[in-house]
Design a protein around this ligand. Structure first.
Ligand code: DAH
Length: 358
């Protein structure tokens, strides 16, 4: 390399090392490779050289150009990484800071769905249940087959499933239509005794005043030895009375059918259909599904049904929230209307409104 090119290379490398940020780097690039950059000027001057010098000089200039471009890109990578680090450090948010108090008409409150989930956690937590979560995108083995809902079972159509492209572990991918797959995931992941609830999002292709394509359910599962229908009835009666805050809420168990429980029962609470008042009047309102875990479901999870028994239940979180707070329409839950939210949102600092006598 001729002396002038070696000097240009050395100077540029020193400038690159001194460039402390992306802006300074760009200035170095422009000074060398820009329209009126030093190297660009030398390349332009090639035409004025005698033909016999031109070839060697052109090759040297192009080699230097490639070398400097690579050096600039290498420096850019270093500076970009440093810039990202600095930004991550500067934008850090302290999640442990306390929330600002919620004032009526002010900003920030707990969405009624979240509040109901907190209440479910508090009530079932006091009864020894822990909270589990699972994926929204589920394989149809967990969502259906393992729950004793075979391929051509009508429940597959009833639930208006959103099927997704692709497979998970060799099974069709779906948006889970129910939280019941958490029964399977829990039994496969841990050994009994088990007491879990699984609140979360569920999806069905359905949309009107009482249905949303995305909604929430909570699943419950108890697996122990010697569990009977009596335990199921006691547990759900206590839960409903605590959740609605009505100590003598009438609760009725009605025989029903679900593929994953045997026997299956729907649970109704007493209310007055005309006024909407819960716990009064002589009408019944269906509130949840439940039953003793089907022996085939236990066996699908590797549990011997002669040793282990249990019960399961599932309910819609929007539905119990609407009933508790006298809400008429499901859609505002997901519309983000600040007037609705500031009316129904709960203060983050207020204790959950639960009945004391559990
Ligand atoms: N998975 C049912 C549904 O989405 C609800 C349900 C019923 C869950 C009975 C249960 C149960 O665990 O035992 O309609």
């Amino acid at each position: 390399m001729s002396d002038d090119l070696a000097a240009l290379a050395a100077r540029t490398e020193a400038d690159l090392a001194a460039a402390a940020d992306l802006r300074a780097l760009e200035a170095v690039r422009v000074a060398v490779l820009g329209k009126s950059g030093a190297l660009t000027g030398l390349l332009k001057g090639l035409g004025a050289l005698p033909a016999e010098e031109r070839k060697a000089r052109g090759a040297a200039l192009n080699a230097l150009k490639a070398e400097l471009e690579a050096a600039i890109e290498a420096r850019r990578a270093v500076l970009e990484a440093a810039a990202l680090e600095a930004r991550l450090a500067a934008e850090r948010a302290d999640m442990t800071l306390p929330p600002r108090p919620f004032a009526p008409g002010g900003k920030g409150g707990i969405h009624p769905i979240s509040r109901t989930m907190e209440e479910l956690t508090a009530i079932f937590g006091a009864m020894g249940f822990r909270v589990v979560e699972g994926p929204d995108v589920e394989s149809d083995w967990y969502n259906f087959a393992a729950l004793n809902i075979p391929d051509h079972h009508p429940a597959r159509q009833d639930q208006d499933t959103f099927y997704l492209p692709g497979e998970i572990e060799g099974h069709r991918a779906v948006l889970r239509t129910q939280t019941s797959p958490l029964q399977i995931r829990t039994m496969l992941a841990a050994s009994p005794p088990l007491r879990i609830i699984a609140p979360g999002r569920t999806y069905r292709a359905d949309h009107d005043a009482t249905h949303s394509p995305m909604f929430h359910q909570v699943e419950g599962l108890v697996i122990e030895q010697g569990i009977t229908l009596g335990h199921l009835k006691g547990c759900l009666t206590d839960f409903l009375r605590a959740f609605f805050g009505i100590a003598d809420l009438p609760v009725r168990f009605r025989s029903s059918y679900f593929p994953f429980t045997e026997p299956s029962m729907e649970v109704d609470i007493g209310w007055n259909r005309r006024t909407g008042e819960l716990g009064a009047g002589s009408d019944w309102l269906e509130i949840l599904g439940s039953g003793m875990v089907h022996p085939r479901v236990l066996a699908n999870c590797g549990l011997d049904p002669r040793v282990w028994q249990g019960f399961a239940f599932g309910m819609g979180i929007e539905r119990i929230t609407m009933l508790k707070h006298g809400m008429a329409d499901l859609r505002p839950f997901f519309e983000g209307d600040l007037r609705w939210l500031s009316h129904y949102a709960a203060s983050p600092l207020a204790p959950a409104s639960l009945h004391e006598g559990v």
